[in-house]
Design a protein around this ligand. Sequence first.
Ligand code: FMN
Length: 349
Amino acid sequence: MRSRITELLDIDYPIIQAPMAGVSTPELAVAVANAGGLGSLAIGTMTADQADAALTKLKTMTNRPINVNLFTHETPKRDAAREAAWIEALRPYFEEFGAEPPTELAEIYTSFNDDPDMLDMLVRQRPAAVSFHFGLPTPQAMDALKAAGILTLCSATTVEEARQVEKAGIDIVVAQGYEAGGHRGTFSADHDAAIGTFALLPQVCAAVRIPVVAAGGIGTGAGIAAAFALGADGVQIGTAFISSPESAAGQAHHDLLVGAPGEATEITGILSGRPARGIVNRLMADMRGREAEVPAYPVAYDVGKALAGAAKAKGDGNFAALWGGQAAPLNRQIPAAELIAKLVAEAGE
Ligand code: FMN
């Protein structure tokens, strides 16, 4: 399973543990890295100082290459009337749990493209790789990262997005299919083309010259072999690692993912303001079709998280964002290093 990815990243196996904000941990990244894959740390929800501390700590835990992941979404367009109306729409749920909704919403984290401190920190820390989700970094950021010798990756959900990723000078494109758990990396159009991994992958491979990593619905070695047969240079796997003990997922997340039938997940924009795949919760079910009323990402996530917290305080986990992909029923609840070894053995090498 040597490929352009293993050469570029200096790893043993072309398996990338997906960055998963809120779920992936330094321990997970280190376990994957030490087992020969590429471990990833999601820092999209952190400030530059928090990310700096996390990367400094990580360096004491492994000397293998690590990928750090950032969100490159558009600066949210604030709309006070829409935000107030959405808070009111959610008020009855808060009342059910004896809580008050927030009076106003905050942009709970900053896009990398609006955060020069984060760029300075990365240039100083020099992780082996930096990956982007929700859009392209600025040309200035690309120049600075390249000058620092950092490899770059970016998600694409269409052939056109993959072309833009290559044109921006990114080293590796992550072709994310509709099966994938978590947020869609879509950035080029309002309309989501909703293309599945194994339809998207060979088209992206034909359209770009840079290495292509397949993401979405891959939970076994057979899935990895299939991705390679379609031209992939590597795979990025998220959902399968949620069930590892090194992940930060709570017991409810573990139980629901493994126990749920494959049709239990759905794409929703209701919880955060951007489309993401997760296990259908009560808010997702109640608000189906009302995406047009939801404030911009990540402003909507502020009230979504507040509601999940109010419900949880009363013992109700049915409002939590439990992101996960369509292949979740394939999950094995084993440590990350064992999962890497199994995936490699199953893939036939
Ligand atoms: N991708 C990112 O680039 N950054 C993230 O912070 C991120 N968070 C995620 C959180 C969860 C719980 C999950 C399941 C996925 C997340 N993703 C994120 C998407 C993954 O990078 C990847 O596209 C996806 O996990 C691949 O599909 P799979 O889940 O079927 O393996």
